[in-house]
Design a protein around this ligand. Sequence first.
Ligand code: UTP
Length: 408
Amino acid sequence: MNYEETKALLEEKGQLQLLKYYDELSEDEKSELLKSIELIDLSLPEILSNPELSNKRGVIEPLDAVTLGDIEKNRDEYEKIGIEALKQEKVGAILLAGGQGTRLGYDKPKGTFNVGINKDLYIFQCLINNMMDVVNVTGAWIPLAIMTSDINNADTIAFFEEHDYFGYNKDYVFFFIQDMAPATDRDGKIYLATKSKPVMSPNGNGGWYTSFVNAGLLEEFDKFGVEWLNVFAVDNVLQRIADPCFVGATIKSGCVGGAKVVSKAFPEEKVGLLCIEDGKPSIVEYYEMTDEMMYSKDENGRPLYNYGVILNYIFRVDELNRIINEKLPIHVVEKKIPHIDENGEQVNPTEPNGFKFEMLVLDLIHLMKDCLSYEVDRRKEFAPIKNLAGVDSLESARELLAENGVEL
Ligand code: UTP
């Protein structure tokens, strides 16, 4: 698009502020700006004035899980099935590491954060160590694809290279880059990062499969014979990845996917719950929960809506291929967004000052035919590092790592 076409489009979309400094720019900067505007999905900010375009809920019901007790009874059988699948390289792993980790206040890729006290122990290293536990049992490497963003891709790859992939087999590690979305002020006007660059940020973790396929990695994983993908977050340093028991239980259940869940610690806990919505599996966010959902009990006195997701899912690849063209809802998230103001001055807000637009992996669950809800022990498998201190923090994760015998 040339200048005139871009201007007409922005005028129509109410985003003319993006051209405010156009006349001050060099020829290169001008074409850089026009190119980046062309790549923006300008329909995203329109969600702010049309909330009906975002997520609408159906009829919610509880979904039972395979409990810790059920799993213990069947562990041998599940593990046998899982180990066999892993030996045949039927299971791949997808590490979602495209986020910005703003709550942690660390401006490098979150996986490069050092959780060690007396020695170095990086988040990426914890995850690789956890995968090595499985590799050591099965004798087979697990293909691993790491999703990054334009912002952290180069640093992430350099970090793995520098640390020699923490002993993992490099031939089984792939990187791919997720898409970006614009960030706006509270009125839906897209911010400028510089005079020639709109503020763009990663568009959430929900588009991972499309980005994985577009990067040609489905073909790469096909070469190994991968039929299942275990998707997980970067920041849970205790999670079991490609866990043979989880893999085996999901295969045995006949479901096309599975989600690791933990029992809620207390009714108001801020965790997304795996439920049934209009007859299909679905995750209800904590802020969408009614009081009835929070406090209802079943006949054994346990919370009726009890199982929270920990961002560790397994999907059958053919099911992902079936749903790949379905639209995911867009979540509007309030964030602190550094930008330049109308005088061209840099602003670094200390409080949220606008919105980002994200698709979330949890919404994929509702597109699936079914999903096994698989309970894990939160003190053994759930130590997310979102903040420096307090809930889900470096502090709490260190305590849990130590409790599980990890040297720090
Ligand atoms: P979070 O919801 O914790 O988001 O991501 P975040 O961006 O990392 O952190 P905050 O909210 O700014 O503090 C959960 C998982 O999804 C990945 C993250 O890297 C993390 O593993 N993610 C998030 C992506 O891969 N891409 C995204 O656009 C967002």
